[in-house]
Design a binder for this molecule. Structure first.
Ligand code: ATP
Length: 314
């Protein structure tokens, strides 16, 4: 595997009894990029991440992480935030981070020093000497996250890192992920919250029902759908729907539809001749959200967004 790929996994399969959790997933993570694994609950994200790291073995398929087919042999070069959160509640934040570093071979004194800097940079310096049990759930999750990167790993894997964080801590986490990428690390995270992937990822995999629906760059994902037109007429006449493509969707007085293959000119000419006018018109690349809906269906996306909303409200 060339140095350009921090991770290459092909046709990973994992069954639990009769349940096929992951069914032929391919993932290629370029060195130094931010990579998202997106999918609804139960899609197979955690199982995929565990296979990539060698925590569990695939039933079949191939994986190569940092140049080795034995991922556990490079665990000291990896940072991992598992889906299950938990720290020793009587430890202070700084000690908890240094402890996690020590587990990956970082000397305690250095771990403490780095922990102070990490907490300060994350805006959590005030909690350095607080016991974990005194911190909010979101803050203690953040401390665990800092513990997973204190040894400055080359490859960082975060399983649903945004879940359970309020918007302020989600913003902190986005900043931290970008900072780690700028440091030279490769970051892979799973999420069912599209907005984070849209803002952060260079490349992504979309998984649903254990199957890979898309793997590639975010730009290529957007290019799989036609450009989207957003048109606002000057009037409110529902009859104009007949002049728009059949799949046009009404959104608060505007209409959204894929730009026809033949272009917009003829349609705009008809709209003007019919007196509907043009109060607003933009042509945009489809969002990641629209690509996701096209790949996994509106219902799965609505369920995901409801879950994300509940987490933020909790
Ligand atoms: N150890 C296990 N034994 C049996 N079934 C499992 C096991 N681990 C996962 N599964 C099943 O495999 C499927 C994929 O689970 P996985 O945890 O990988 O999904 P996920 O995308 O991470 O979802 P979530 O975000 O809800 O954790 C689910 O149907 C889950 O119930």
């Amino acid at each position: 595997m060339a140095d350009q790929w921090a991770l290459v996994a092909t046709e990973l399969v994992k069954n639990f009894g009769s349940k096929c959790a992951v069914d032929g997933v391919d993932i290629r993570v370029p060195t130094g990029c931010i990579y998202g694994v997106l999918g609804p609950n139960g899609a197979g994200k955690t199982t995929t991440l565990r296979m990539l790291l060698g925590i569990i073995d695939p039933d079949s398929g191939h994986r190569e992480l940092l140049g080795t087919t034995r991922p556990r042999s490079v665990s000291h070069r990896i940072g991992y935030l598992p889906e299950e959160r938990g720290l020793y509640s009587n430890m202070k934040a700084r000690e908890a981070i240094a402890f996690m570093g020590a587990l990956r071979g970082l000397p305690w004194a250095e771990g403490r020093k780095r922990a102070e800097i990490l907490l300060e940079n994350a805006g959590l310096g005030f909690a350095t000497h607080d016991k974990i049990k005194k911190l909010s759930k979101g803050m203690s999750q953040f401390v665990q996250l800092l513990g997973s990167i204190v040894h400055q790993p080359e490859f960082i894997v975060l399983d649903e890192p945004f879940s359970g964080l309020d918007p302020v801590n989600q913003g902190r986490l986005e900043k931290l992920i970008l900072g780690e990428r700028d440091r030279g690390a490769t970051v892979l995270f799973s999420t069912h919250i599209m907005a984070h992937a849209e803002r952060l990822c260079d490349r992504l995999a979309i998984i649903a029902g254990g199957k890979l629906r898309y793997e590639g760059s975010v730009d290529e994902a957007r290019a799989t759908l036609p450009m989207q037109a957003h048109y606002t007429p000057r009037d409110n006449d529902p009859a104009l729907a007949a002049l728009l493509p059949a799949d046009a969707v009404r959104e608060n007085g505007s209409w959204r539809f894929p730009v026809p293959e033949s272009g917009m000119e003829a349609m705009l000419g008809t709209l003007l001749e019919s007196g509907h006018g043009i109060a607003g018109l933009s042509i945009e690349r489809p969002s990641l959200h629209e690509v996701f809906v096209a790949l996994v269906g509106e219902k799965a996306v609505e369920e995901m967004e409801a879950d994300a909303g509940e987490e933020i409200a909790a």
